[in-house]
Ligand binder design. Sequence first.
Ligand code: NAD
Length: 331
Amino acid sequence: MKIGFFSAKRYDIQHFSKTNEAGNFGADIEFFDYRLSRQNVRLALGFEVICAFVNDELCEEVLTKLYASGTKIIAMRCAGFNNVDLDAAKRLGLEVVNVPAYSPESVAEHTVALMLTLNRKIHKSYGRTRDANFSLEGLVGFNMHGKTVGVIGTGKIGIATIRILRGFGCEVLAYDPFHNPLAEELGASYASLDDIYQNSDIISLHCPLTKDNQHLLNAESFAKMKPGMMVINTSRGGLLNAVDAMEALKMGQIGSLGLDVYENEKELFFEDKSNEVILDDVFRRLSACHNVIFTGHQAFLTREALDNIAQTTLSNVSQILAGKKCGNELF
Ligand code: NAD
């Protein structure tokens, strides 16, 4: 099994190499540290399996070239797959697999870390106390207990987030086209999006990005929200219109914003850009706000999640190459 592995970082190489050896998968993995794109697809030709991540470009053009060179499987080592043209893959006869549940808790815990950091202004205290500034001015937060959190998407990560929030004593309003009995068992109540916008002190996104929910949070939805509320997005950048969010922050409509994902992240995230001038003005304006926190798509990044990702990805691929079903096929 010859795998071309794109967007490889040191932690990926460590966890995949360890799991490959420990599980006797016998995979011959070539790691490339850059993102797969139309421009460099020629370097990916000839691999039976392409292992890709959230910002690799798997459009029709790339998939067609891969298929023509003998690729059989696109193994996404993540849950989301909005960057794969599934229709094209199906038409070509490529198998596409993902890792639907490597550790919902990793993302849920990071989501709540963003909420608490913004609320209790830990990012400011960290800088202040290192400078021996022990003033508490401007650091007033609020009790999570008794606040209402709107959770959009009640799949695996949404449920793990609700579980933590209910532990804090939050009320949870949930929205999902498919109701999950677990949400109600945990004490959440399903509501319309408008109800969530009007009544939530915090809104957190946990649904996939699809053709139908691009910019789900936009000027219109921000206008319906409680002034000064908090928005958290650890799901996919395209779910939130970042330009509209900037305007809503300027007007105080949004009081704070925590983003682990960003619409134009593929030009920025996962690389060290600290010696470059960032050309993305929206990102620069947002990240300059005292009440906005960015993390660079790291919500998944725990040891447990990396081990599970490696185990499931290698087992997906070996089962399919052995002519079996792995259960994680996307069609
Ligand atoms: P899941 O499939 O278990 O749950 C997704 C839920 O969203 C489902 O219940 C589905 O019915 C619901 N949904 C679909 N469209 C919706 C819409 N328009 N409005 C509201 N709900 C909708 O997925 P999951 O494991 O919970 O992951 C959720 C998302 O989190 C993924 O799609 C991915 O984009 C993102 N994610 C981010 C990271 C990260 O590191 N930041 C890591 C993993 C996953």
